[in-house]
Design a binder for this molecule. Structure first.
Ligand code: RIB
Length: 308
């Protein structure tokens, strides 16, 4: 099995369950509250570990109880967190999440220690990039620094997977050229290309922009419609199994991690996408970020039962 390095953010999520999202200027009564380990990077690392990947995580957290919460969650998922930096003068990142009764969410992130994930920190751990086979990142840490790390990983011959979330208005061409797999949802694809990305035709046209800039493959997650794969040679729509969503938080993170784990095991791209679709569709049936990520056994059973 190949080695996975996940580089990215760690947060503690402050999750408010609400009947409906409040409107501007409105005060509403919430239904529930919970603190849950989260952060796009930590969620992806946690999912890699839970799904059986050989995963190391590179991130920054505070020397506070929130940092303990995230690290304990990752350790119990068998993730190597020995390179995670603990900062005594900066709090762990926080995300304030409202989840409505349809399972949709809105999120405000306070970066905290994630803002200290800079090139100096990454350079002090360049051995981890050297030792990895696949590098999985997102964009919830300082952009120029994570871009430099991606380019370093590609130059060193690693397989690079970029989940462009949260999506910036554009991603520099030299960074796109260093990405083997980019995994936006429709909204993120639209934002980074400036093109509409609702229908499969629109997604295909927007993906072609990224492919033209040197991205290896564009894997667009399209919610309950599944995934649309666009590469230079093929375009394939992979539907997903239907489940009833109670909370979509970290579904994208679970997808990215499951896809990366499957690649690390040498599965075909088609099998990797089906495995990842299944893992993500289980995660939306559960509340929270890292609390919603399924185990490897749970995914394997559904993959087998559905002949996926
Ligand atoms: O992708 C979900 C994550 O986004 C949450 O866990 C929250 O921390 C934000 O980073």
């Amino acid at each position: 099995m190949k080695k996975i390095l996940v580089v990215g953010s760690s947060n503690v999520d402050f999750v408010l369950g609400v009947k409906e999202m409040p409107k501007i200027g409105e005060t509403i009564r919430g239904i529930s509250f919970a603190n849950i380990p989260g952060g796009k990077g930590a969620n992806q690392a946690c999912a890699c570990g839970k799904l059986g990947g050989d995963c190391t995580f590179l991130s920054c957290v505070g020397l506070d109880s929130m940092g303990d919460l995230v690290l304990n969650s990752l350790k119990s998922a068998n993730v190597d967190v020995s390179a995670v930096q603990r900062l005594d003068n900066t709090p762990t990142g926080m995300a304030f999440i409202m989840v409505d009764q349809t399972g949709d969410n809105s999120i405000v992130v306070i970066p905290g220690a994630n803002g200290k994930c800079n090139s100096r920190f990454y350079e002090s751990h360049s051995d981890l990039v050297d030792q990895a086979d696949i590098v999985l990142t997102q964009l919830e840490t300082p952009l120029d620094d994570i871009y430099a790390l991606l380019k370093q990983a590609k130059a060193a011959g690693k397989v690079t997977v970029l989940n462009p979330a949260p999506a910036p208005d554009n991603i520099p061409d030299d960074v796109l050229a260093a990405v083997d797999w980019i995994t936006p949802n429709e909204t993120e694809l639209s934002r980074i290309t400036g093109m509409p990305a609702d229908t499969l035709e629109e997604i295909s046209a927007a993906a072609a922009i990224l492919l033209g800039k040197g991205v290896g493959n564009v894997l667009v997650t399209i919610g309950s419609r599944g995934v649309f794969l666009c590469s230079k040679t093929e375009q394939i729509h992979y539907p997903t199994i239907h489940t009833t969503a109670v909370d979509t938080t970290a579904a994208g993170d679970t997808f990215n991690a499951a896809f990366t784990v499957a690649l690390s095991e040498g599965k075909t791209v088609a099998d990797a996408i089906r495995f990842a679709n299944t893992a993500a569709s289980i995660s939306v049936t559960r509340k929270g970020a890292q609390t919603s990520i399924p185990s490897r056994e749970e995914v394997d059973i559904i993959v087998k039962d559905n002949g996926i």
